[in-house]
Design a protein around this ligand. Structure first.
Ligand code: FES
Length: 107
């Protein structure tokens, strides 16, 4: 997991349960995913061929790439279905005062 400085990305209710939303955070493009009320952040870049995940409905804790259908567990970054073989990067999250924060490294 990549550690860094927490930055605010959204209000809690802007990312509904079972969905993801994409944000620019520092120099990173991040998909923030709401899995049963808990927030997870992954790099919004599929490791198969670089597609963004964009706004997606999750399959439990799994996100599916819109391009060729690779799947990743957003809680760990691990691949759940080919054609991707490498995990996606994950980032720490926290919730404070109804806002979601993601920690990314500063360049
Ligand atoms: S770019 Fe994501 S599955 Fe191919």
């Amino acid at each position: 997991m990549t550690e860094g400085t927490f930055q605010r990305v959204a209000k809690v209710d802007e990312i509904p349960v079972g969905e993801s939303r994409s944000f620019e955070v520092g120099y990173e493009r991040i998909a923030v995913c709401n899995v049963e009320g808990k927030f997870y952040a992954i790099e919004d870049v599929c490791t198969h061929d670089g597609s963004p995940f964009q706004t997606r409905r999750l399959l439990g804790s799994v996100i599916e790439c819109p391009r060729h259908g690779a799947r990743f567990d957003v809680t760990t970054g691990e691949v759940r279905r080919m054609p991707a073989i490498a995990p996606v990067r994950t980032f720490p999250t926290k919730v404070e005062d109804g806002e979601v924060y993601v920690a990314v490294e500063e360049e």
